[in-house]
Design a protein. Structure first.
Length: 124
């Protein structure tokens, strides 16, 4: 298993923090966003949307979204429980997660990148 990472991007950082809280260590490979490595053939074969983080599983499958990767690890390593124990807790965590993305991350990305379409952490 390997995480395609980019230290300067916020979403891979979210995955690294999640893993640290679970005491999980996974090998990483840095993807050069400034050199647009994420938009070149070898990476695009793995993730046609060109985003990071990207988790490559041992069987060759890929998971290409921050929350999906975190949910995958929550299922593999349920303790400590980080995504909520029970329906209300899970829904409440998801609500705050989405609020943070929509109310904080998108405006910051728009300001820094000149528009939300330039947020390359999970979008083309």
């Amino acid at each position: 298993m390997k995480l395609y990472d980019a230290k300067q991007a916020p979403n891979p950082g979210r995955v690294r923090i999640f893993w640290a809280e679970k005491s999980v260590e996974i090998p990483t490979e840095q993807v050069g966003l400034l050199g647009m490595e994420n938009r070149k053939g070898p990476f695009l074969v793995k993730n046609p949307l060109a985003g990071v983080p990207l988790l490559e599983l041992d069987d060759g499958a890929y998971i290409a979204a921050t929350v999906a990767i975190c949910r995958y690890f929550e299922a593999l390593h349920p303790m400590p429980c980080l995504l909520g124990d029970g329906a209300f807790a899970q829904a409440n965590i998801e609500m705050w997660n989405r609020r943070a993305e929509l109310a904080l991350m998108l405006p910051v990305a728009a300001r820094l990148g000149g528009g939300t379409s330039n947020n390359r952490s999970e979008r083309p």
